[in-house]
Ligand binder design. Sequence first.
Ligand code: NAP
Length: 290
Amino acid sequence: MILLDGKKTSNDIKDEITIKVAELKKKGRKTPHLAAIIVGANGASITYVNAKVKACEKVGFESTLVQLPEDVSEAELLSKIDELNNDDRIDGFIVQLPLPKHIDEHKVTLAVSPEKDVDGFHPENLGRMVLDLPCFLPATPYGIVQLLDRYDIETSGKDCVVIGRSHIVGSPMSILMARNNKVGNCTVTLTHSRTKNLIDYTKKADIIIVALGKAEFLTADMVKEGVVVVDVGITRVKDASRKSGFRLLGDVKFDEVAPKCSYITPVPGGVGPMTIASLMMNTLQAMDMK
Ligand code: NAP
């Protein structure tokens, strides 16, 4: 079993970006600038946003964090987005999800200018992805593709099962794995909560990408020997022995599934850091496209 080390791979990508940023500076060009909007004080969201800002600093990007209160109105948030869309200093920005219930996430996604949509959630970018045109790929699926690519995992002709059909992970992931690309050319089955006898699909799969948000859902009896498993899930579970008071679990029962795998991502240290690396790559691309 080989561990797909997202932490190491994302550090490699960040080192490559650091060199590119230094070259840009030498040529007198602008430093890439990523902004993030966070609404409210959700603990997990704050952790993710802070990790993104820290990553910006590491590669030499500029970063701006916009913190808005939990009770900010939808109109105020949309006006902030408009401001960032029109701010030439900002190359790309993200709005950290989830948003409070009184704000329509679709409206927010549509409000972000597609040229600055480095999370790759805007319909224009998703449509361009389907058509294989240049675009910002959604950060988490892009990170997974990068990880499979950098570990030279053969995907062509393989049976791939994706568990979960969210707009930000499962659905775009299924499209990317089916594309005619180096990482791609799989026969993909996209599964969800209405899928009957999920095990019939997972048992036959060569590659399983698990993104449903249920801790330790995928168990050893559900997979075949030699499978490649990518675990996207992140669930915080209480753990009094930790300083933070919690630990992170993936969607895969790692200890029993890992021995059957040819490759597997850990949680933490797998897909999470790759999502951040993708955001950096998209921001650099946003600046290049200007
Ligand atoms: P989501 O929007 O909650 O969607 C979950 C999906 O799982 C839905 O499509 C749902 O089906 C499906 N599902 C639920 N129960 C199922 C079951 N028993 N069998 C098969 N499918 C089932 O999830 P998400 O936003 O994609 O996030 C998934 C997980 O990934 C979460 O733990 C999240 O925290 C994590 N995540 C991690 C990263 C990272 O960077 N590592 C990034 C994004 C998300 P229906 O559509 O039928 O309801």
